[in-house]
Design a protein around this ligand. Structure first.
Ligand code: ASP
Ligand code: MG
Length: 410
């Protein structure tokens, strides 16, 4: 008998009707003879609604209390789903994070899972029950409720699948799978049948919202095969798994767009050892994640440094940088908050030259100016004016992915 972990996201359990539909699907899987553990998110919009309540009462809500509050969203859906399954004659039992000892550190709001005691879930599964687990939450060593970060029900699902050594982890959402680009922006985007963990990691990190990035990391580490599919239809989804030879034949698997970027330049920095550390140390200490960094060639012993940060972090980054700029006698700080990052991702880049050059010429043909470039083994990213973000994405998609254009023919 195989064991499957199924995770249902917020829109999949967003109403009573939806919970009924999910219960039917789970009961159906159980009837086919599989053991099923289900992880649920809160009903769509619920986590935001709860967080808003907190901010109406406090400017900076206490994080322990905040976790206690938002964890209720998943408590509701896990109990509702379990009781619906029972009503359908499918034995089920719900568990909150602490009941399964989903042990985490004490970083409220972004806790990390340390371990899961899978025994209790295992026993219930062996008794023939469906186990329904509240996603997104855990418990720290003091016994306090923690949450794992936004979108982290995916992480609960993967961690549970790893702990139970499940045969697969299915992530049910409101899209049919992983697409070559956001179909809302690229009408020609196609669903991928398969994608490697590495490509998915890049895509999740670059703005594709379908899977939470930490869950992909964990799935890769434990070799948990992930299937992303819709709970609204029967379409087969996308398998995210280990790479194989054939994947390297595909030059570009996807194009991503991140419209939430901003750019900061610190001008006239002395070109001397230790300066980069002086600048980026305090940024890191402030918990701000910097993405691309460019240092210009120096002239007369001075250089400019430009980096990108998420737009939400811009204000804080500027506060830090303006202080540092004075300390190191830089000549000034400039910023731009209307920039976008457009990227192409594909395993084939490892073995095929010229992909970046082709990307640049495609953008040049549209007269889109490239402000910054960064590359890794399997991706090329450029920063452009945000006005051109969508155009850049569509053009690159057409060039690399239209009609199998991405496939390399020997
Ligand atoms: N309910 C949580 C959130 O909205 C976790 C999740 O949906 O995965 O972020
Ligand atoms: Mg969600």
């Amino acid at each position: 008998m195989s064991l499957i972990v199924q995770k249902y996201g917020g829109t999949s359990v967003g109403s009573i009707e939806r919970i009924k539909a999910v219960a039917e699907r789970v009961a159906g899987t159980r009837k086919r003879g599989e053991q099923v553990a289900v992880v649920v998110s809160a009903m769509a919009g619920e986590t935001n609604r709860l967080l808003k309540l907190a901010t109406e009462l406090s400017d900076s809500p206490n994080q322990r209390e905040s976790d206690c509050l938002v964890a209720t969203g998943e408590q509701v859906t896990s109990a509702l789903l379990a009781l619906r399954l029972e009503a359908l004659g499918c034995p089920a039992v719900s568990f909150l994070g602490f009941q399964l000892r989903i042990a985490t550190d004490s970083n409220h709001g972004r806790a990390r899972i340390k371990s899961i005691e899978s025994e209790r879930a295992r026993n219930e599964l062996n008794k023939g029950r469906v186990v329904v687990v509240a996603g997104f939450q855990g418990v720290d060593s003091a016994g306090d409720i923690t949450t794992l970060g936004r979108g982290a029900s995916d992480l609960t699902a993967v961690a549970l699948a790893a702990a139970l050594k499940a045969d697969a982890c299915e992530i049910y959402t409101d899209v049919d799978g992983v697409y070559t680009a956001d179909p809302n922006i690229c009408p020609k985007a196609r669903k991928l049948a398969r994608i490697s963990y590495d490509e998915m990691l890049e895509m999740a990190g670059l703005g594709a919202k379908v899977l939470q990035i930490r869950s992909v990391e964990l799935a890769q580490r434990y070799g948990v095969p992930l299937v992303v599919r819709s709970s609204f239809n029967e379409t087969e989804g996308t398998l995210v798994g280990k790479e194989d030879k054939s994947m390297e034949d595909v030059l570009v698997s996807g194009v991503t767009l991140d419209q939430n970027q901003s750019k900061v330049t610190i001008v006239g920095v002395e070109d001397a050892p230790g300066l980069a550390a002086r600048i980026f140390g305090p940024i890191a200490d402030a918990g701000i994640v910097v993405d691309m960094i460019i240092q210009n060639a120096s002239e007369y012993g001075h250089t400019d440094m430009t980096f990108t940060v998420g737009r939400d972090d811009l204000r804080r980054a500027l506060e830090v940088i303006e202080r540092i700029a004075k300390e190191i006698s830089a000549s000034g700080v400039r910023h731009e908050d209307q920039v976008a990052k457009v990227s192409i991702v594909g395993l084939g880049m490892r073995t095929h030259a010229g992909v970046a050059a082709r990307m640049f010429s495609v953008l040049a043909a549209e007269r889109i100016n490239i402000q910054m470039i960064s590359t890794s083994e399997i991706k090329v990213s450029v920063v452009v004016d945000s006005k051109y973000g969508e155009l850049a994405m569509r053009t690159l998609h057409d060039a690399f992915l239209e009609n199998g254009a991405g496939a390399v023919r020997a």
